[in-house]
Ligand binder design. Sequence first.
Ligand code: FAD
Length: 427
Amino acid sequence: MLLIFILISNCSSDSIDNFNNAKVFPLLSKLLQKDYFKFYKVNMLRPCPYWPDDHQCASKECGIQHCDDEVPLALRKKSSIIPASNEVEVETVSRSGSDCETSNQFDPLDTSLSEYDRAQLRDMDTFEDTSDRFCDVEDEDSADMHYVNLSKNPERYTGYKGNSATKIWQAIYQENCFKPDPKFDKNFLLHPTTGGLCLEKRVFYRLISGLHTAITISIASYNYKPPLAGFGEGTWYRNVEMFKGRFGPQWGQEGLERLKNLYFVYLLELRALQKIAPYLKTELFYTGSTEEDQETRAIMNSLIQIATNIPESFDENEMFKGVEADARLLREEFRLHFMNISRIMDCVGCDKCRLWGKLQTHGMGTALKILFSDLPRSINGNGKSHIPFYLTRNDLVALFQSFGRYASSIVEINEFRRIIQSSIKSE
Ligand code: FAD
C-alpha cells in the first residue's frame, strides 16, 4: 500500500483537488499578494558550503530584484519573534543578566498590541532551542539580508539546467535522502519509494520529491518560448509536452508517484497550518496600514475556517514513535538531513531558482518545526512545559508562500489533465 494512503485518512487526490481548487487556492492567492506576505527577507550571497560557487546563469530570467525601500516601515523594524499560541510560557535570556542566566516569564499574547509593539516590548533576545530548527535560517538583522517582493519575482522557467542543476538534485537525493539498508533494496535510486526504509525515511523522501515535482510543474506552467528569429519579446505559455515528458507514461508508475508526493507535501503543510490556526486567528498582521491589515486578517480568517474544516490529513503523531532513544535519534537524523538540504540551496546557480529553493525549504522546515517540535519532548517526557517553538514573520511568509506553490501546482495539474484529455477526445 502506498504511504500516502497510510497517512491520508479521508482524503483522495480528487477531494484534495476539489477543496484546493475551489476554496483554498483562490483565498491563498489573494493572501500572498498582501504586503505582510509578499516581502521575504533573504541572504542571496551566502556561499555554497559544499563546493566552489558557480552562481552564474546566462539567462536574464535568473535575475531577481531586491526591494528594501518598497517594504512598509513597520515590517522593516527589528525582526519580531512571535509565539505560536495565545498563552505561553516563554524561556528568555535577559540582556541585562549574565550570559547564561535564564528566566521564565508568563507572556500572554496581547492582541491589542501590534506585532511591532510586541517586538519592542519584548526588547530582549529570545532563546530558541536550536534543536527545534529544521533549516538553516539566518539572523534577519544581518547586513546581507535583503527584501524581495515575491509577487514581482515569480517562480517559473529560467533556463537553469545542465551540470549545475543536476549536481544539486543529485546531492539532495543521493547524499541526503536516508540510505536504505542494502540488504533490503539494492536499487534505492531506481525505486526509492520501495522497501527497506522506515516510515520517517520514506516521509523524508516524499517531501523532497514533492518539492521537486512542484518546481517542475512551475517550470512547465510558466514556460518560455523565445521570439521567432530572435526579434521582439518571447511568450510565456503552459508547456504540455514538458509536463507529459516529466510525468507521463515513459516514467511508468514513478511519474504518478512523483505527482502524489506533491499532494503529500501539500497535506503536511496544511496540517501545520491547522496546528497554528489558534495563533493565526489572533495575529494582527501589522504593516502600519489599517485597511491593508484588516483585509489580510479577513482573508486569513476565511482561509483558516476552510483549512480547519478539512479533516486532519496527516498524523504527525505516527512519526518518531517506538523506543524513546531510537525515536529521538531518528528525529535528530531527520532534522539534520533536512538542515543539510536547506544549506545546499545556497549552491543553486541561478538567483531566482535559489530564492525559491531557499524559501520553499524554509517553508517546509517551518512546517516540520510546527509539527515535530513537541514530539521529542513528549517522547522525552522531561515534563518541561514551555512553548515548543517560535515563528518569525519571515517563517510565516515562507510557510504560506511555499504552501501557495503546492496549491498552485495542484491547480496546474488539473489544467494539464484537462488539456491532455480534450486533445485525446478531439483526435
Ligand atoms: P531534473 O528536474 O533536473 O531532475 C533530475 C532527475 O531527478 C530526473 O532525471 C529524475 O530521474 C529525477 N526526478 C525528477 N523529478 C523527480 C521527483 N519529483 N521526484 C523524484 N525524482 C525526480 N529551473 C527553472 O527553469 N526555474 C526554476 O525556478 C528552477 N528552480 C530550481 C530550484 C532548484 C533547487 C534546483 C536544484 C533546480 C531548479 N531548476 C529550475 C532546474 C530544474 O529543476 C531542472 O533541473 C531543469 O529543468 C532540468 O530538468 P531535467 O529534465 O534535467 O530533470
